[in-house]
Write a protein of this length. Structure first.
Length: 302
């Protein structure tokens, strides 16, 4: 009220995303200790409103919290968490510890909760773009409230999306997804399009994606993956490309291509690759290290 500015944290590392508790007694926020890592998952902290009694709540939980929402009774904090290609809701009691509220193959973003424990947000699945959804703390079954795109998708046949996990040469497991053309026939041979995400610290996910559905509708099998350096798999996985980018992440991508080719429905003479930003860098790196791709688009490379 006096417009005076007073520093509340004095931490060697970034603090951000503050959320004040309903009573005004506490402040929840995210942060992590200063590091020379290229990627580091953040933690959830809480402190008294005057900046005292700072404490970490998520401990050894190796995923970054987002969308901080206080429980109305201040018993804890709800967070949205990206993990293994999906996003779900978790609860963090003030006493510490993390437990999931929802699970499953969805990209859920909860935005608010009322005193009765009713929540609303948006959610997308592989074959459904975002719609407004509701759930309850007591019964976390997702209830779809809107059907925003039903009129557009009516009568359309979408490409089926398949989640895969595959090993790399050094034994690391990589997650990816295959989008198959509508009317897919496993006995036919299809051209393959590899899409590489940017960042490089970011996470592809299994939610609805119009661009890949468009590619599939034009007869392509689409492969997109989260090679090492991606987020959502822990700090060590994200930091695995420190001083080594591009490098083994390229090997991860090629192992994915080999995995899909090995399924017998890809025309290995018709392979294509593209990506933007960090994905553009890896696309340029790819065509500099192999001639297996018939064409490539290195978009907005760094």
């Amino acid at each position: 009220a006096t417009k005076a500015v007073r520093q509340l944290t004095n931490h060697k590392g970034p603090d951000g995303n503050p959320r004040i508790s309903p009573s005004g007694k506490y402040i929840a926020f995210t942060g992590y200790d200063s590091t020379d890592a290229t990627f580091q998952d953040s933690h959830l902290y809480v402190m008294d409103a005057d900046g005292s009694n700072r404490r970490i709540l998520t401990g050894d939980f190796d995923r970054s919290p987002s969308g901080i929402i206080w429980a109305p009774d201040e018993s804890g904090i709800y967070i949205n968490v990206e993990s293994d290609g999906w996003r779900n809701l978790y609860f963090v009691p003030l006493a510490g510890g993390v437990r999931p509220i929802t699970k499953g193959a969805q990209l859920l973003t909860v935005t608010t909760v009322n005193k009765s424990g009713e929540m609303v947000g948006v959610s997308s699945t592989s074959l459904r773009p975002n719609d407004v959804v509701a759930l309850s703390v007591k019964s976390p079954t997702i209830r779809q409230l809107t059907a925003v795109n039903d009129d557009i998708l009516a009568g359309k046949t979408l490409g089926q999306v398949e989640e895969i996990w595959y090993p790399t040469a050094d034994g690391m497991r990589i997650q990816g997804w295959i989008v198959k053309p509508p009317g897919f026939d496993g006995k036919k041979k299809y051209p393959l399009m590899l899409s590489i995400h940017g960042g490089p610290h970011s996470m592809y996910n299994g939610a609805f994606n119009f661009a890949w559905q468009e590619h599939a509708a034009n007869g392509y099998v689409v492969l997109y993956t989260n090679p090492r350096g991606s987020t959502g798999y822990g700090s060590a996985f994200g930091n695995a490309i420190k001083n080594a980018y591009p490098g083994k992440d390229f090997n991860d991508l090629m192992a994915g291509v080999d995995t899909v080719i090995g399924r017998g429905y890809v025309d290995s003479r018709n392979l294509f690759v593209y990506g933007c930003s960090g994905g553009g860098v890896l696309t340029a790196w790819t065509v500099g290290h192999t001639d297996r791709f018939a064409a490539a688009v290195s978009m907005c490379p760094v």
